[in-house]
Ligand binder design. Structure first.
Ligand code: ZN
Length: 685
């Protein structure tokens, strides 16, 4: 058995997509990047695929692939985003895992579909999240996983039982989670974080003769990597790891940290990691991957864990349901009394809406439990929704019933996402992360309304209203409004977005936008710029036909009118700014640059010259914000154009411009003085 020293990287970001649309909205705090996923991908994930290191032999350079010399997990929701939005990272990663590593399991372990604290989930959801995580891993890497990461290393015996039921053989925890250990057949001995020997694997005994292997990260150095600066010097870190390993003939020193530590939280941490790994391999000649070290190894010692526990709460898993004192980003006088009512509200919604969905689903499928487990393959992209429904029903279903089955499954998926642990992790519920889970809850409620004919919203809101932010006067109802109001999309609005692109972008108009596709586009007889079009939702297959008419009403403005395709009865009117920044930017680039153009930077330059000639108004503000917010990363010259545009639009003294709309952008590009100026609001607003 070889000895080993290496790293486990937990790569994860919360699901930032707008769940109505399926696209990530712009996050100004990630400036100059579009959103935090884009920024962290550039600073970290892309770097972890391959790092350039100097070669000591001849002064040249070489590429080193840190992940292939490590152990890691990628949260399925993050991996899904990488596949869609950073396909270079996804492809290189999957190529390395499937073709460079000796086997996928030698480097990559799985993770539950959602980053939820499994000991706090109900038994059904806990099992389902594990099953869905296994399905995700299988689709991406082509074989079943051997290991699974637990979000926040949140664990209890029920969680381990669930892992074993799904074929998982090991997980990674931290030393403070062990209570006592013994040699096989020997006496139990109490341990703590300081006294536990983390260089060896342990067995945890479970019910009915089952067991699972647990590997513990080395506490001190893991902490030093995450919160100190030891990653600055890879050689020194490697030496320290070997010192910790001491004269153990076949042990492992495993450092466990968030993957984002390397390059995002810690600049150049990707280089330090690669340097340390190369030194461990070439100088010390040790194995660096956990999977390879653990392969076929039968632990000779057993461990009993403390009760429910995690790596980021000293009180077990209280951080995700109580004001336990563990927090990040808190300020003097703040409290986290909001955590309990937030969890209680979501637990209530899960029970009330989830059970109602199950009862309805039972009328349409053979087994509710089996159907929802199998839905993991649809989420993973391994099974088409229609095939999935056909395989799980007792009788043939019509289109409406098929969509109802899928909507009920989506109720459960969205409820599951609403337990993403980040919502409770930070100091205040007014932060981005709590808004994310509330949006998923809102979509679950809407789907419930549609498929069950019952609105769980009012009762949920009564419970949510008891959440109190540390921001004076902000309660759960306010947080709910902020989290959902600007994000909600319905079918007429999506249809209007497609129509606006058909008008402005010509053949460059998208046929797919997030979760929505547009089909059967026909010009409405006798009318120009009016279309009959059919929308299909990718997850629920629900189809609706609309008649949409788009008119250009100014230099950079338009109006879309949308009516139901069958009755024509309900008519909705939209202006450009309402259609979503992705649509606004495409329309503007088409008009400013050329039809179908995606050159948002040139469009910005042309917008500046445009508003210097004519009078600027709110539409220009919306266009500016959309163009600035649609680039993956704004270049220095793009930023200069944005400043000029901001000054041109706000500098026209007779004009009323919505400064609320422009404030985040002005702050991002360092024009705070624009925000401080007295606010002029369009009359009548
Ligand atoms: Zn705590």
């Amino acid at each position: 058995m070889p000895r080993a020293a290496g790293f486990h990287l937990h790569l994860y970001q919360p699901p930032r997509e707008n769940p109505w649309l399926g696209l990530v909205s712009n996050e100004w705090s990630a400036w100059p990047y579009h959103d935090w996923n884009e920024r962290i991908t550039t600073e970290c994930y892309r770097a972890l695929i391959a790092v350039t290191l100097p070669r000591s032999e001849d002064g040249g350079t070489e590429l080193f692939e840190p992940l292939m010399s490590s152990s890691f997990d990628v949260g399925p929701t993050l991996h899904d985003w990488l596949e869609r939005c950073s396909p270079d990272v996804d492809r290189a990663l999957r190529h390395q895992v499937c073709h460079v590593a000796s086997s996928p399991s030698s480097v990559a372990i799985a993770a539950p579909l959602v980053h939820a604290i499994l000991p706090l989930a109900n038994a059904v959801d806990r099992d389902r999240l594990v099953a869905w995580g296994v399905a995700d891993y299988f689709r991406r890497f082509g074989e079943a996983p051997l290991g699974m990461w637990l979000p926040e290393t949140g664990v209890d015996l029920a969680t381990l039982e669930s892992l074993v039921r799904h074929g998982i053989r090991y997980t990674v925890l931290m030393p403070g989670q062990a209570a006592r250990v013994r040699e096989r057949g020997g006496e139990w001995r109490d341990v703590d974080a300081a006294s536990l020997d983390t260089s060896r694997p342990y067995t945890v005994r479970l019910s009915e003769g089952r067991s699972i292997t647990v590997v513990f990260g080395q506490g001190g150095l893991s902490q030093a990597v995450a919160f100190g600066d030891v990653i600055d010097d890879g050689t020194k870190l490697a030496d320290a790891m070997m010192e910790v390993l001491g004269d153990s003939p076949d042990g492992m020193a495993l450092l466990v940290a968030d993957g984002e530590t390397y390059g995002h939280h810690h600049r150049f941490g990707d280089l330090g990691l690669a340097w340390a790994l190369r030194h461990l391999q070439r100088h010390y000649g040790v194995v660096t991957t956990l999977g390879q070290w653990l392969m076929d190894r039968v632990p000779s010692a057993e461990v009993e864990l403390v009760g429910a526990s995690s790596w980021s709460c000293a009180h077990g898993v209280e951080r995700w349901r109580a004001d336990c004192g563990c927090t990040t980003g808190s300020q003097p006088g703040w409290h986290q009394g909001w955590r309990a009512p937030l969890r209680q509200a979501l637990d209530w919604l899960r029970a009330a809406l989830g059970d109602a969905a199950d009862a309805e689903l039972a009328k349409l499928v053979r087994s509710v439990g089996d159907t929802l487990t199998a839905y993991g393959e649809v989420i993973a992209g391994a099974l088409a929704p229609a095939e999935f429904v056909a395989a799980n029903t007792a009788r043939p279903l019509d289109d409406d019933e098929t969509s109802t089955v899928l909507e009920l499954c989506e109720v459960h998926r969205n409820l599951a996402y609403s337990f993403t642990s980040c919502a409770w992790f930070f100091a205040d519920p007014a932060a981005i992360e709590t808004g994310i889970v509330l949006r998923y809850a809102a979509v679950a409620i809407e789907l419930g309304q549609r498929s069950l004919g019952r609105d769980f919203g009012p009762e949920f809101l009564v419970r949510l209203a008891t959440v109190q932010s540390n921001e004076p006067g902000v309660d759960g109802a306010t947080i709910w409004r902020r989290a959902t109001e600007q994000y909600r999309f319905d079918e007429p609005l999506v249809a209007a977005g497609f129509a606006a692109e058909l008008l402005a972008c010509g053949s460059g108009a998208r046929r797919r936008r997030g979760q929505w596709t547009i089909e059967d586009v026909e010009t409405e007889s006798g009318e120009t710029d009016a279309w009959r079009l059919t929308l299909t939702h990718a997850a629920t297959l629900r189809r609706r036909t609309f008649v949409a008419r788009a008119d250009r009403t100014g230099a950079l403005s338009l109006r879309v009118s949308v009516a139901d395709g069958g009755s024509g009865a309900t008519r909705h009117e939209f202006e450009l700014a309402q259609l979503g920044t992705d649509v606004v930017a495409r329309v503007a680039a088409s008009w400013l640059v050329s039809e179908g153009s995606l050159d948002f930077e040139s469009a910005l330059d042309l917008l500046v010259s445009d508003v210097l000639i004519r009078r600027a108004g709110d539409d220009d503000a919306a266009v500016l914000v959309a163009l600035a917010g649609s680039m993956r990363c704004v270049s220095p010259s793009g930023e200069a154009s944005i400043r000029r545009a901001l000054l041109a639009i706000t500098g026209q003294s007779e004009q009323a411009v919505d400064l609320d709309l422009l404030s985040p952008l002005a702050l991002a590009v360092g024009l705070a003085e624009l925000v401080g100026r007295s606010r002029r609001v369009r009359p009548g607003k």
